[in-house]
Design a binder for this molecule. Structure first.
Ligand SMILES: [Zn+2]
Length: 139
């Protein structure tokens, strides 16, 4: 996807995730990590979803993960996605632990080419001048 051409829905930035989006724009994937229970989590928020602690920090993710599950979308869920089908929605288990919803790119949208458990790595789709979306590709 190229900047300027994207007409689809966009994530709405929240104060808790400003840092996440700034780093995504720089083509880096960062996660929140709890200093109390040492658990990394997604999506970014100011408290740990496991233990409730507000003693949390940011850590840069390796960008490596494995494909937990996927679906190939052939029919656009909204008109804005018409030019993008078929595309692959996926859940990726990051090396650091969190499971994140994403898209799988740079792969044939065909079950013969995509396997649960396959190694994937982060890539970045610059949707607009403001929003870059972390996506994943086979590694
Ligand atoms: Zn915690």
């Amino acid at each position: 996807m190229t900047s300027g051409a994207y007409q689809g829905p966009l994530p709405v930035k929240q104060p808790e995730s400003d840092f996440y989006w700034e780093k995504a724009q720089a083509h880096e994937l960062w996660l929140r990590r709890c200093n109390a229970c040492e658990h990394a989590y997604f999506y970014p928020r100011d408290f740990c979803p496991d233990c409730g602690s507000r003693d949390v920090s940011w850590v840069q993710a390796s960008g490596k993960g494995t494909l937990h599950t996927f679906a190939i979308v052939h029919r656009a869920p909204v008109p804005a996605f018409r030019d993008h089908v078929p595309f692959v929605v996926a859940m990726v288990d990051l090396e650091e632990g969190p499971r994140i919803p994403t898209n799988l790119v740079d792969v044939e949208p065909d079950p013969a080419h995509i396997h649960v458990g396959m190694a994937v790595e982060v890539a970045f789709a610059d949707l607009t001048d403001e929003i870059t979306l972390p996506v994943f590709r086979p590694s």
